[in-house]
Structure formats: structure tokens, C-alpha cells
Design a protein. Structure first.
Length: 101
């Protein structure tokens, strides 16, 4: 959850999207998927240690990356929205500075 200071800079459309993401991330289903992805990513990483070919290694590395991304989706989503809010805040400051010039 982003703090209210950050949220106030988001446009209403993005605030609505963030609320929908938060609803999704708070469900038991999402928690199950996140835990499953973390466990599967660890399994893929462990299997990479015992590969017998480069092709097998690359395949497992791709799987590890995909499951790691899924497991970290919630954090990545919040960071993205935080960045969007920061950009909006910077634009607002620039607009105020232009008005006073």
C-alpha cells in the first residue's frame, strides 16, 4: 500500500487502477499464487545446479525468471505506481514554477 502523500499525486484513473490491484493482491487466491510462484522459482533455481546441458540450463533459467517475476509482481506494481506518482508530482511542480516565471 502506498502512503497517502504519494497517492495524492496520482490521477484519478490511476488511483482506480491501483485500488483494483490492491483488491486482487489482498485475496487468498493471490496469496496462494504468490507462494506457489516463490516455491516453484526456488525449485527451478535448484534444478539449474544439476543441469546436464546448456539447453536445459537456459530453459530452467527462463522458468526461474518467469516464476520470480510472478512472485514479485505485487512489489513491482507498487513501485511502478510510486514512480508514476513521483512523475506526476514533478510535473505539478514544473507547472507551478512556470506560472511564477
Amino acid at each position: 500500500m502506498l502512503d497517502t502523500e504519494v497517492l495524492k499525486h496520482l490521477p484519478d484513473e490511476l488511483k482506480a487502477r491501483l485500488v483494483e490491484f490492491e483488491k486482487t493482491f489482498s485475496t487468498d487466491g493471490w496469496k496462494f499464487i504468490q507462494q506457489w510462484a516463490e516455491k516453484t522459482a526456488e525449485e527451478q533455481r535448484d534444478r539449474m545446479l544439476f543441469c546436464t546441458s546448456w539447453e536445459q540450463y537456459v530453459n530452467l533459467q527462463g522458468r526461474w525468471f518467469a516464476f520470480t517475476e510472478l512472485a514479485n509482481l505485487e512489489d513491482a506494481t507498487y513501485k511502478e505506481f510510486e514512480g508514476l506518482a513521483q512523475q506526476a508530482a514533478e510535473r505539478a511542480i514544473e507547472e507551478v514554477e512556470i506560472q511564477y516565471e
